[in-house]
Design a protein around this ligand. Structure first.
Ligand code: C2E
Ligand code: MG
Ligand code: MG
Length: 476
């Protein structure tokens, strides 16, 4: 019996695929008497196969090839390429895209992704391979670019065209993107190595301010490995209770205790006491901050309760909160911790950095509002370096601004810093906010800021020990 796929023609003239089997029929003397052909129409099976193939290889939302097809095409292209061929691989990831989905819904998120896909495709040469890797991650692979500069030009073009306003459902949305670039064969000999390098470069772009591109180099891989080690150690540190809180006291200018800021330290088994500047950003990028932040909150509230029970007089304990912790349901955690520890909500102040509040356009109001409704106080930390506008500040339900210590460091000699601090104090008064100056390290800082505190009823922050180091002045 013979079998195979052949084309047939319908009466209408349409060509369609059929499956044909041919069997020979023999007489008793073994002579061939006839041939029996059986035909079956397999066009619907073929259609189904094509659909399955499309589903397996193309992204249904944008119509772009997916990761699987990209890998197959590239592996094939690399295997067939002439010696000396160069490829560039660009990986792009939208900045804060999750916030769009969370705050505006998936329908708006989907439309934005489709528009981003269109813009990327339009910015590239028809021969370039454009694919959607996952959620908000796209990649472009170009062959035979004359050098990395050309890849950088393309990356800049992508950043510019994606950041143009996008009209979705009658509203203008702004979307930024971070990009990593890797080159074949310089950075990797196969597609998976190349993508890994481009990914590392893209995360570097994210870590260094987003809305930019970075070209991969070997130092980045070393750093990425070190970060992986720290991430593992941080997870262990949570497990083995290696974190401790140190409290920076807040003293009134007249001398009484006003509040305490909880500052986390890592009691590392080999490296000793490690300060947060070393590990908080790693905890943030790996989301370990969710668990670490919960531990800090619970520990600080429990400690504050113990101090209250022991008769210590103070107004609040301040806890630093990272942007990544501020999910819509964060208030439920705060409510639970207050309940568990028995600390009244009015004794808790949460510090959120200005940079975080100014990068997310939609959500902070809702999240902060839900926290305020619990009765906790809210402060903007490191104020002055995040470019807040007055209009924006007015929308936020906050109680206090903490002036970044970079404005205080030279305030005694630098009239520019002094006038900025004065402007912040005046603005805070207009908005009815308390204001704290951080980093009052010297007596000169203290004396100068106390003059302002006389005008704005000042409070001085001092470290344990009481000298004028690591202090901050609360004005108004
Ligand atoms: P921050 O919240 O602005 O905290 C103030 C930092 O400035 C602390 O550093 C404090 O020790 C230091 N400081 C205060 N006054 C002075 C001064 O007069 N002179 C000098 N030289 N330093 C002063 P620290 O503890 O190293 O914390 C650094 C940052 O790490 C904090 O800045 C905060 O953003 C973050 N951080 C600390 N603990 C936590 C935490 O539990 N959760 C989160 N998410 N972030 C934390
Ligand atoms: Mg703080
Ligand atoms: Mg600060």
């Amino acid at each position: 019996m013979l079998a195979g796929e052949v084309w047939a023609k319908r009466a209408s003239g349409e060509i369609y695929p059929i499956w044909m089997t041919m069997s020979a029929v023999y007489a008793e003397n073994d002579s061939l008497t006839s041939l029996v052909f059986v035909f079956s129409d397999i066009s619907s099976t073929k259609d189904a196969q094509a659909k399955l193939d499309r589903l397996a290889h193309y992204d249904h939302l944008t119509g772009l090839p997916n990761r699987l097809l990209l890998n197959q095409k590239l592996d094939m292209a690399i295997a067939r390429s002439a010696p000396g061929s160069e490829y560039c691989c660009i990986v792009s990831d939208l900045d804060y895209f999750k916030n769009i989905n969370d705050s505006l819904g998936h329908a708006v998120g989907d439309e934005l992704l489709q528009e981003v896909a269109r813009r990327i495709r339009q910015s590239c040469h028809p021969d370039d391979l454009v694919a959607r890797l996952s959620g908000d991650e796209f990649t472009v692979v170009c062959q035979n670019l004359p050098g990395v500069e050309q890849a950088e030009h393309l990356a800049s073009r992508l950043i510019t065209c994606i950041s143009e306003p996008m009209d979705v459902a009658g509203h203008d949305y702004y979307q930024n993107v971070s990009i990593g670039i890797a080159m074949y064969p310089r950075d990797g000999g196969c597609i998976s190595e190349l993508m890994k390098c481009a990914d590392i470069a893209m995360y570097k772009a994210k870590a260094e301010g987003r809305q930019s591109y970075r070209v991969y180099n070997h130092d980045m891989a070393k750093q990425a490995n070190e970060i992986l080690v720290v991430e593992r150690e941080l997870r262990e540190a949570l497990l083995y209770n290696q974190f401790v809180l140190h409290y920076q006291p807040v003293l009134c200018a007249e001398g009484g205790l006003k509040g305490l800021e909880a500052l986390v330290r890592w009691q590392h088994p080999e490296r000793g006491l490690v300060f947060p500047d070393y590990f908080i950003h790693i905890a943030e990028s790996s989301r370990i901050i969710i668990n670490l932040g919960e531990w800090v909150l619970r520990e600080a509230c429990a400690q504050a309760r113990r101090w209250l029970d022991a008769g210590l007089v103070f107004e609040y304990v301040a806890v630093n909160v990272s942007g990544g912790q501020l999910e819509w349901d964060f208030y439920q955690l705060v409510e639970r911790v207050l309940e568990e520890t028995g600390l009244p909500a009015s004794f808790l102040e949460l510090e959120i950095t200005e940079t975080y509040l100014m990068t997310d356009l939609q959500r902070p109001e809702l999240v902060l509002q839900s926290l305020r409704s619990l009765g906790v106080h809210l402060a903007i930390d490191d104020f002055g370096i995040g470019y807040s506008s007055l209009a924006r500040l007015k929308q936020l339900p906050i109680n206090r601004l903490k002036i970044d210590r970079s404005f205080i460091r030279d305030i005694v000699n630098d009239d520019g810093d002094l006038s900025i601090v004065n402007a912040i104090i005046a603005m805070s008064n207009t908005l009815g906010l308390n204001v704290t100056a951080e980093g009052v390290e010297t007596e000169a800082h203290y004396e100068l800021l106390k003059q302002h505190s006389r005008v704005f009823s000042g409070i001085l922050l001092l470290p344990p020990g009481g000298c004028y180091v690591c202090g901050a002045l609360v004005l108004g």
